[in-house]
Design a protein around this ligand. Structure first.
Ligand SMILES: [Zn+2]
Length: 220
């Protein structure tokens, strides 16, 4: 509905409007009901210093693994060490551990047994396998080792392909693994999780930390 204002004095809302329609004159658009318009504080026309900064959207990494808190510790961790661990040991291997073993000319399965004096089953998760595959031709030896039939393949169901997160998540949920790594950051993360021993390389052999001393070979 459109109606105009002939004489601003008579402007008294709806009534005035009616009169205008009856008289058949249509002029300007109505003025009395217009809203006061405010400029947004983020408007581009404002000066830079007066303007509110645009809201920053927090980007969520879709590939990030969800970290859940695990406040309850299993009963096998009543003692200082994880008493549930026993042969055959399942050892989660990360990419660098394989590469360093190749450099040190260590056979993975044999050296693991030399370290723990028991049957060891190296486990490769899908993420670690993907990581090795991504490394390309130069690491084809590592890939061949990872596909060794003595290795157990652990399928991944989580989002993302970051192997460190994958390993940390696994050992948080299941206290039946030893983690084999030479990565300092990963070791630090694993140490925060109770009951998970770490296998590492030093002095051209495998060593283990966070295991009772009477398990396996003497450490040095
Ligand atoms: Zn994974």
């Amino acid at each position: 509905m459109q109606c105009g204002i002939l004489e601003p004095k008579k402007d008294i809302g709806g009534k005035f409007c009616e009169i205008q329609i009856k008289s058949g004159k249509q002029k300007k658009t109505r003025k009395y009901a217009t809203m006061k318009r405010m400029l947004s504080l983020r408007d581009q026309r404002l000066k830079e210093k007066d303007r509110l900064k645009p809201k920053k959207k927090e980007k969520k990494d879709p590939s990030a693994l969800k970290e859940r808190e695990v406040p309850q510790h299993p009963s096998c961790l009543f003692f200082q060490y994880n008493t549930q661990l026993g042969p055959p040991y399942h050892i989660l291997v990360d990419t660098n551990f394989i590469n360093f073993s190749i450099k040190a000319k260590l056979d993975l399965v044999q050296s693991m047994m030399d370290c723990l004096y028991a049957k060891c089953i190296p486990c490769i998760t899908d993420c670690v396998m993907a990581e090795i595959e991504k490394l390309g031709q130069k690491y084809r030896v590592a890939l061949r080792i990872a596909k060794d039939p003595r290795f157990e393949r652990l399928p991944c169901t989580h989002k993302g392909t970051y192997a460190d997160d994958c390993l940390v998540q696994r050992v948080t949920q299941h206290k039946c693994y030893i983690v084999a790594t030479v990565d300092r950051d990963l070791k630090r993360r694993i140490r925060k999780i109770p009951g998970v021993p770490i296998m590492y390389i030093s002095n051209h052999r495998y060593n283990i930390e966070r295991m009772p001393d009477d398990y396996g070979a003497p450490r040095f």
